[in-house]
Write a protein that binds this ligand. Structure first.
Ligand code: CP
Ligand code: NVA
Length: 301
C-alpha cells in the first residue's frame, strides 16, 4: 500500500503545463465516451474536511465509487487530529492504509507538511491559498464549450482570493490572459502577479477587466474564514458585481462561470447566473469528471 515516490496536487504547478493538459484531455475523453472504468477497484481515498463542502466532497466520493474504489470522509473533530495528534503522524498512518488523501483546510502550510510526511498522493481540495481542483473543472468546461483556451481572455471580477490565485497560475501554465478587477485592498499580491510573466493583469474596474473578454468569472465576496468581515466586504465590493452591464462589455458570446456556492444579488445577479451565457452547472458537474481523471493520473500514473 505504501509507495516511496508519489506525486501530489498541492497547486497546479505540481501538474505543470503538460500534466494539466493530460488530465483535462483524459477527463474530456472519458466524459465524451461515457466509458465505464473500474480502474480503482480495491483502492481507497481518505478525505479530510476542516471546512464545509458540497461539490468537492460529493464529486470525490462519487468519483471513487464510479471508478470501483472507496472514499472515507473524515471530519477533524471526529479524528485524533482534533485532539492534537500531529498532522505529520496522521499522514504517515493514512499512507499505510489508503492510496491517496484529499484535504480541505484553512492553512496551506499544514497541507504542505502533511504532503511532506505522506507516501501516497495528497490532493488540495481548497486551502486559503488556492483551489487547483476547481481549475481543472473550469478549464475542462471552457474547453468543452470553446476549445483550447490558449490565447483567450478571462476576466476575474472580485476578491483576489484562493480562486483568483489559481486562475493566475492556470493562465501562466495554459497560455491565456486573466484580467483581474478587485476593490482596493483585496487585489492579489503584487509579487505573485509579477511571477505570472504577464499572464495576469490588474485592471482599474470591472468594466475594464470585462472589456471584450471571452469568459467572465467571479466568486463569493467573503470566503470561508472571512465571515467576520462579511458586512465590511458587502460595502467594499459593491462596484464589483457581475451584472448585465459587465456582461455587455465582454464579447457577445462570452461565458459566465462561478465555482459556487453563489450569492445572487451580491457578486452576481440572478439574471446573469441563471441566464443563457452561464455554464455554472456544467462547471459543477465537471468537478466529477476532472477529479476522476486526476485520481487515475496520481494513483495509477
Ligand atoms: N466549488 C466548490 O469547491 O464547492 P464546495 O465548497 O461545495 O466543495
Ligand atoms: N473562495 C471560496 C471558494 C469556495 C469554493 C472559499 O474559499 O470559500
Amino acid at each position: 500500500m505504501t509507495t516511496t515516490k508519489c506525486r501530489h496536487l498541492l497547486t497546479l504547478d505540481d501538474l505543470g503545463t503538460e500534466g494539466l493538459e493530460r488530465v483535462i484531455d483524459r477527463a474530456l475523453a472519458a466524459k465524451q465516451t461515457h466509458s465505464p472504468s473500474r480502474l480503482l477497484a480495491g483502492y481507497s481515498l481518505a478525505m479530510l474536511f476542516e471546512k464545509a463542502s458540497t461539490r468537492t466532497r460529493v464529486s470525490f466520493e462519487a468519483g471513487m465509487t464510479q471508478l470501483g474504489g472507496h472514499a472515507i470522509f473524515l471530519a477533524p473533530g471526529d479524528t485524533q487530529i482534533g485532539r492534537g495528534e500531529p498532522v505529520t503522524d496522521t499522514a504517515r498512518v493514512l499512507s499505510r492504509m489508503v492510496d491517496a488523501v484529499m484535504i480541505r483546510n484553512h492553512d496551506h502550510a499544514m497541507l504542505a507538511s502533511f504532503a511532506d510526511a505522506a507516501s501516497v498522493p495528497v490532493i488540495n481540495g481548497l486551502t486559503d491559498r488556492c483551489h487547483p481542483c476547481q481549475l481543472l473543472a473550469d478549464l475542462l468546461t471552457i474547453e468543452e464549450h470553446r476549445g483550447k483556451l490558449t490565447g483567450s481572455t478571462v476576466a476575474w471580477i472580485g476578491d483576489g482570493n484562493n480562486m483568483c490565485r489559481s486562475y493566475m497560475t492556470a493562465a501562466r501554465l495554459a497560455g491565456f490572459t486573466v484580467r483581474i478587477a478587485s476593490p482596493a485592498g483585496y487585489e492579489p499580491n503584487a509579487e505573485e502577479l509579477a511571477a505570472t510573466d504577464g499572464a495576469a493583469v490588474l485592471c482599474e474596474s470591472a468594466i475594464e477587466a470585462a472589456d471584450k473578454a471571452d469568459v467572465i468569472v467571479t466568486d463569493v465576496w467573503a470566503s470561508m474564514g472571512d465571515e467576520a468581515e462579511r458586512q465590511q466586504r458587502l460595502t467594499d465590493f459593491a462596484g464589483y458585481q457581475v451584472n448585465a452591464r459587465v456582461m455587455a462589455a465582454a464579447n457577445e458570446d462570452a461565458l459566465f462561470m462561478h465555482c459556487l456556492p453563489a450569492h445572487r444579488g451580491e457578486e452576481v445577479t440572478a439574471e446573469v447566473i441563471d441566464g443563457p451565457r452561464s455554464i455554472v452547472w456544467d462547471e459543477a458537474e465537471n468537478r466529477l469528471h476532472a477529479q476522476k481523471a486526476l485520481l487515475l493520473d496520481l494513483i495509477l500514473g
